[in-house]
Design a protein around this ligand. Sequence first.
Ligand code: OXD
Length: 312
Amino acid sequence: MACPRIIVYRSGHERIGEILQEMNCPGEIITARTLDEFREVVPSAEIIFGWKIPPHLFRKAHQLRWIQSMGAGVDDLVSNPYLPSTVIITRIVDQFGPPIAEFVFAELLAHVRKLDRLRQQQQDHLWEPFAVGTLRNQRIGIAGLGSIGQELVRKARAFDMVVYGLSSVPKPEMVDKAFSSAEWIPFVESLDYLVITLPVTEKTRGIVGEQVLRAMKPEALIINVGRGEVIDQKALVDALTTGQIAGAVLDVFETEPLPSGHILWDLPGVRISPHIAGPSVDEYVAQYFVTNVQRYINHEPLYGWVDRQRGY
Ligand code: OXD
């Protein structure tokens, strides 16, 4: 096979191209530093290694055979009308479980041990003991049992939690109680914490809406590290304002960045982070890609191959 031309683009991560060279990635590597540069070079690309590229910029990608996403979610690529079904899409799998699980447990521990209150008391030089909770024996429900969900299960067990899991095909061997995607209401009813790791697809868009939120306990917390669109954001705001649930830890949103005037910023019980639960590390994603390029050249199946019908 002739040496494939690879275009690399990710805003703020311009060194990835150099890292690929240092790793002796086969192929001719061209780094686009801006979207204008990307637009210029895209017609000659056989492979693209990128992240968050506006869909219309693929209009002239006539030579494209494969796009490797630098992240886990590929909803923008799967729905891109300029990527015909002959173009292979791959995503990064097995890299984001540990950092995302750390993020989720940092937030859960901060919540249950009331760390914000402690720090506030310290600032106020106030010595005032108070009661705190524990994660032990609390019920956590993990929606989505892919590599991220599985790592959450592992860490939840280390905290002696009761673990429920929901997945399209139930996985009773993995959790204390398994539910299918037709069983959202019984899944959430008794949870203390609902963690969403799901991608957005036709089946999951808005699935956590009024009905599901109404079925949750008023003390429950919802944590979203999957995709914002899985939760009906308006229904969530209503549930939080009326006290149907106690709070939400949100790393992902229907619109990103979350507009600065959005009501979610100031709602009590809401903790917001700018989509950083599972940061991609340049060296790790580059190594994943180099392995995949070698497989591409050898006509071997690629890691992280996306089934467009399924959406991930
Ligand atoms: C994602 C990512 O898909 O950050 O959200 O990788």
